[in-house]
Design a protein around this ligand. Sequence first.
Ligand code: PGA
Length: 250
Amino acid sequence: MSHKNIDFLIAGNWKLNGDKRLFNEFVGLFDSEIKGVDVVVCPPYVLLNDNKELEFAVGAQNVSEHVGGAYTGEVSAEMLADAGCEYVIIGHSERREYQKEDNALINSKVKRAIDGGLLPILCIGESEDVRANGELFSFLAEQISSALDGLDSNSLANVAVAYEPIWAIGTGNTATTEQVQEVHSFVRGLLVELDSEVGQGMRLLYGGSVKPSNAGELFALNDVNGALVGGASLQAQTFYEICQQASDKR
Ligand code: PGA
């Protein structure tokens, strides 16, 4: 299956980093559209406001599973959309680990995000142990089927999936192109099983130590339709180079 007819999605996940100054650097550098690439910057919540006129989209790193009410500290999908947010990262391994988010909660958040007008970037990915125990494919299949459970075709079409092997996040150890290709083909198969037509067009991102020096070879792979970038998204110029490489592969 070819990725050639799908626009790339390059998302920067700032995690608990960044400030207004950094955000403004991005605004200055990304001053025109990058051909064939949807660029998304996901800074902390407090920087998400009135970003509707930018040349890149903004996304949140989390969303509440609730619509509203007495949930101190939470932010709803509608509030994010109202602040100009288009995307939201859901199910990042750091939230699965530190905030104990499980597949059922992630499924609620995906549905809530779509209902509230956001495009979810659903993260999946295995630990080193899961891979070593030969459970890679069953683990990923469970993450996908539970996170996307109950979504109809229209909803599914709004979702991008980011494959982020936990052992490759923030470690400098990118997965090999063979490993990425193997998993992305497998995940594409799962998505096509869920919906034969929509599954072909859903964007599959790779994440885990993506940087300008490895982005090109990753973007050349079938079924890699972009990247979720952590560390390398904290410098406007570096992130810009990754986006350019995606554009070159279109
Ligand atoms: P990294 O993070 O690019 O720093 O490895 C990726 C992520 O956690 O989304």
